[in-house]
Write a protein that binds this ligand. Structure first.
Ligand code: SAH
Length: 359
């Protein structure tokens, strides 16, 4: 059977190099071969299986604190009788299951919540249905209901396709995917002016530097803005990335918890790029939303009470104290996920203040 790599090589031979955006879209979401369509990406190196792990899969504390954040926000929003709790890219449904369990301390929250998932993968939708059977699924967030809205997105934006551009002495070149001797390789597109680059704040660059843009993330923010402005609400975006636009190549591939060459086996490895939080924030503000500061995940979780939650779990299960402590550190320590991962909330202008962000 032909692999996605074979198909792409044939297509490039026939029609020329493709943008990285096309390559990433095909590798991750091609209906026949896409990584998210047919693979089960999650697992831990210790237990074997999977290609990567995420904060909700590391510890229940992550989803519980986000659940408390959601319950607090719903309360401050005036306890709407019906509201939409949506998650973009819910993976195995672990985060939402933990959120709903933690927020059930407010029975009125549980009675008012309607859970909506935006998910492209049929395989992952099945796993999500095991954890959160009452969810309603969508392929796009434009079909979410017009209700007061709380949206969660953990490691969703890093999976959206990027373009890369390299500055050179004769202008800019888009970095594309071509082929040579039946292997995929990076090639430079024809020279372009700065005016031809996608519109966003550019970092200081020197010849040789690479910048990344992600049109899909701006489309998601725009669609979120429409939904949040209809009946009010906020979206919480958590991901690895940088606070200020910066030059650099962050395109990467993970297979079985190891970094691999991103062009080697499209459809078999997870492909991601770091999220440019500054440009998400700018996009949200341009679309009429208000924004929190861009915060380290460690600071956000600490402000929500991570240490207190860890201590109470340790008291309840002293034999697991070591494990709980190391999960807490994994989520929040500056040299683990605490600094690399950032948190940004974007909200309708009438949204009440949000917990967890030092203003
Ligand atoms: N939030 C989960 C999973 C992160 S992996 C966690 O933290 O564990 C990325 C998720 O986004 C997967 O569920 C994947 O299938 C989904 N996804 C990726 N691209 C998508 C797209 N374009 N539209 C909808 N879902 C997408």
């Amino acid at each position: 059977m032909l692999t996605l790599r074979d198909h792409l090589i044939e297509e490039i031979k026939a029609s020329g190099p493709i943008s990285l955006e096309t390559f990433m879209t095909r590798a991750l979401t091609d209906p026949a071969h896409g990584y998210y369509i047919h693979r089960q990406p999650f697992g831990r190196p210790s237990t074997g299986g999977g290609d990567f792990t995420t904060a909700p899969e590391i510890s229940q504390m992550f989803g519980e604190l986000i659940g408390a954040w959601c319950a607090d926000l719903w309360h401050r929003m005036g306890q709407p009788e019906r509201f939409c709790l949506a998650e973009l890219g819910p993976g195995r449904g672990t985060l939402m299951a933990d959120v709903l369990r933690a927020a059930s301390v407010l029975p009125e929250f549980s009675a008012a919540v309607q859970v909506h998932f935006v998910e492209i993968s049929p395989a992952l939708r099945k796993l999500q249905a095991e954890r959160v059977p009452e969810a309603i699924w969508h392929g796009e967030l434009t079909s979410l209901p017009d209700l007061p809205m709380i949206v969660l997105a953990n490691e969703f934006f890093d999976a959206l396709p990027i373009q890369q551009f390299r500055k050179s002495n004769d202008g800019w070149h888009e970095i594309k995917v071509g082929q040579q001797q039946n292997a995929l390789c990076f090639v430079d597109g024809p020279p372009m002016d700065t005016a031809q680059l996608p519109k966003q704040s550019l970092p200081d660059v020197a010849p040789g530097d690479i910048i990344e843009t992600c049109a899909a993330s701006h489309a998601v923010v725009k669609a979120l803005a429409d939904k949040l402005q209809a009946k009010g609400g906020a979206a919480l975006i958590m991901d690895y990335g940088y606070r200020q636009a910066a030059a650099g190549d962050s395109f990467q591939a993970l297979h079985q918890h190891q970094f691999v060459e991103p062009l080697d086996a499209p459809g078999q490895a997870d492909l991601t790029a770091h999220v440019n939080f500054q440009s998400l924030q700018e996009s949200a503000i341009q679309s009429g939303l208000v924004s929190s500061p861009i915060t380290h995940q460690g600071d956000f979780l600490s402000a929500l009470g991570l240490d207190i939650r860890a201590r109470s779990l340790m008291q309840a299960a002293p034999e697991k104290a070591g494990q709980i402590g190391s999960e807490r550190d994994r989520l929040a320590a500056p040299d683990q996920m605490g600094h690399l991962f950032k948190v940004l909330a974007i909200a309708s202008p009438d949204c009440p203040p949000l917990a967890g962000f030092a203003q």
